[in-house]
Each structure stands twice: as structure tokens, then as C-alpha cells.
Write a protein that binds this ligand. Structure first.
Ligand code: SF4
Length: 353
């Protein structure tokens, strides 16, 4: 089981083996220069990314300012809203340790087969009414059954005719042929998270591999679809694993990058894993932005739980959130999200298809 994250973190200098300095970053809070260099084309090294995660808390506002410099360059003050439907819940044969829907989970969640097309269509209407630009259709399981894929492709065609929504499908592992079917019906983007580093992956799942996940991402890209892929922070991994994941996602040039902070759901193998604090979560978001300057960085599951009262600050790095509930856990009321965005002086936009 993953270890405890609450151990003391090494200092910035220790992180890169350079006393008082990381690469050519002065250890005096001057992170904004790094943001400017990213805008000029600099790609962060692993040591620089690690240094962000291990920066002292007093550097936090400077780090967020650096991330905001990059975020505002590419996205202004716009916040992209996503709305999610869990179109099939539970009964998955995989054993992902963080997931309440896995075969090893005893979590008290709703379990149901794939809902009918009208229900998925109704979800799209709600997404549009809430000002979402992207409608995310999620189906639990290792991979989609033929009948599930058929239902999905038909309803996506209907949705595309009715609403100006971008469609993101999250269906598990995909073959190139299945990815091509999704492209053909009008799906814009596929979500398939790498979740953590390759090194850490066997600790969170034994029924499929990191390479299986990468193969799906290759299939998605090969079909001409956008990639939504991110991770879950707080599963007991090391800082270096978070960095590995985020650098890997940069190599894959993912269009959207959801950052989840583990919700240790009772009944899952990771139920006892705690160790995140809001300042660390914000450093993760700043690092993700600086490593992936042009990606739609989304604060996903665990936003309310782990960022707490610092939640609005996350939007200085990220430019996207879910509005509404997550897969099996509740989000805050949409009105609270709209108010948070307005209070920041930001603008919720429906940048759909
Ligand atoms: S494959 Fe998906 S639904 Fe199944 S256990 Fe893993 S994360 Fe959960």
C-alpha cells in the first residue's frame, strides 16, 4: 500500500543537489522569471519541476504568479467548464486502488449498467444549460463492450446535432478501431488518465499496465482525436513520480490535463491514505501549468476537499474545472463555482466544439 505523504519534504536546494539554488533559479522566491522563460519557449527540466513541488510555502504566491503569467497568456481569464455523466457505474473487473468502482472496492456507491441514450442526451442538455463547453461521458470498465460503443456513437451524433458541445469520452482501454469509431461519430476528445508514474503504476493497479494505457493514448492520437489525460496526486507517490507523470504528459502533448487530488473513498484500498495540504496542491497545479503551458489544465476530483479555502487560487494556474458532481463523489453546487469565478474577476466560458 502507498506510504504516508506527510513526511518532511527536502528543501529546494536538496531537491536538486544545489545548496540554495535549483538550476539557475535563485532560492529567493523569484519564480516569475521562470514563467517568462516558459513563455519564451523554455521547457522545464525534471529538477526545476521538482523544485516547484518542494518550494517553501512562502514562495507560493510567486509560484502562482509565474503560473498565471503563462495561463493568462494562452487563456486570458477564461475558465472552461466541463460537465460529467457517469453513464455506467461500478462492476468493473479491474483493481485500480483509488477507484470506488473497482472489483476490490467495498464502497457504497450506486452500481448500474450503461444508462440509455435518452439519459445521456438529457445530460448533454444539462451541460449546455450550465454553460459547460465540454460534456464528458464516462463508462466504467476495462474497455467498452460492443453494445456500449454502439449506444454511445449513436447518442453522440444526436448530441452533436442538438448542442454546441465538445464531447469527451472516457471508456477505458481502446483499440485503434474503437478510437476510429469514436472519431467518426463526432467525439472530439478521449479521456484516459496515466494517473501516476510508470514506476508507481504497479502499486495502484495489477490488472493492466502503464504500457496498456500508453497504447490507448497512441490509438486515440492515431485516430485524430484530442487527448485528455492526467493523474491523481496523493496516492502515496513521491514528488518525483508526480514530476515524471507531468513530464510524460507534456511529451504526449495532451490537449487537456485533469489534475485529481485523491479522495480516499471509504471501502477502497486507498481509504486510509491522507497527506495532501492545500499549499502542496497549489504547487502541483503551478508545476503542471509551467510544464504544460498550452494544455487545458483542469482541477478535477478532490478540488473542494484538498484545496479547501484556497480553492480560488488554483484558477491562477488551471483554466478548467468540472461543474457539478464527479464520478461517485459530490462536487460543490454550481452556483458556488460561478460565484468563485466571478469573485476572481474571471469569466466562465463555453468554449465547445
Ligand atoms: S478501469 Fe476505470 S472503472 Fe475500472 S477500476 Fe480502473 S479506474 Fe475504476
Amino acid at each position: 500500500m502507498p506510504g504516508n505523504l506527510s513526511k518532511p519534504r527536502p528543501s529546494v536546494g536538496q531537491a536538486a543537489g544545489l545548496p540554495g539554488q535549483v538550476g539557475n533559479l535563485p532560492h529567493d522566491g523569484a519564480w516569475q522569471g521562470l514563467g517568462q522563460r516558459v513563455l519564451e519557449g523554455h521547457r522545464l527540466s525534471a529538477a526545476e519541476a521538482l523544485a516547484i513541488l518542494r518550494a517553501p510555502d512562502e514562495d507560493l504566491l510567486d509560484l502562482l504568479a509565474a503560473a498565471y503569467r503563462v495561463r493568462s497568456h494562452w487563456f486570458g481569464n477564461r475558465v472552461h467548464l466541463n460537465f460529467l455523466i457517469n453513464a455506467k457505474s461500478g462492476a468493473c473487473g479491474e483493481d485500480c486502488g483509488y477507484c470506488s468502482q473497482s472489483r476490490v472496492s467495498r464502497a457504497g456507491i450506486p452500481r448500474y449498467p450503461m444508462v440509455d441514450a435518452d439519459e445521456i442526451f438529457a445530460g448533454a442538455r444539462t451541460a449546455a444549460q450550465r454553460g459547460a463547453g465540454t460534456y464528458c461521458i464516462v463508462v466504467s470498465g476495462r474497455h467498452p463492450a460492443g453494445s456500449e460503443l454502439e449506444r454511445l456513437t449513436e447518442v453522440v451524433r444526436r448530441i452533436k446535432r442538438a448542442f454546441p458541445l465538445k464531447i469527451c469520452a472516457s471508456l477505458g482501454l481502446l483499440t485503434p478501431e474503437q478510437a476510429a469509431q469514436l472519431k467518426d461519430c463526432g467525439v472530439d476528445r478521449v479521456n484516459h488518465n496515466l494517473n501516476t508514474s510508470e514506476r508507481c503504476y504497479p502499486r495502484i493497479c495489477s490488472t493492466h499496465t502503464y504500457q496498456d494505457r500508453l497504447a490507448t493514448l497512441r490509438a486515440v492520437r492515431g485516430a485524430g482525436l484530442e487527448i485528455c489525460s492526467g493523474g491523481i496526486v496523493g496516492m502515496g507517490e513521491e514528488d518525483a513520480d508526480v514530476v515524471d507523470l507531468v513530464l510524460r504528459l507534456a511529451e504526449l502533448r495532451v490537449e487537456a490535463l485533469p489534475v485529481n487530488f485523491l479522495i480516499p473513498i471509504p471501502g477502497t484500498p486507498l481509504e486510509g491514505v491522507h497527506g495532501l495540504n492545500p499549499r502542496y496542491c497549489l504547487k502541483v497545479l503551478a508545476m503542471v501549468r509551467l510544464v504544460n503551458p498550452r494544455a487545458e489544465v483542469r482541477i478535477a476530483g478532490g478540488r473542494e476537499l484538498h484545496l479547501g479555502s484556497l480553492q480560488p487560487l488554483g484558477l491562477y494556474a488551471a483554466n478548467s474545472i468540472f461543474v457539478g458532481d464527479y464520478l461517485t463523489t459530490k462536487g460543490q453546487p454550481p452556483e458556488d463555482d460561478y460565484r468563485m469565478i466571478a469573485d476572481l474577476g474571471f469569466e466562465a466560458v463555453a468554449e465547445g466544439a
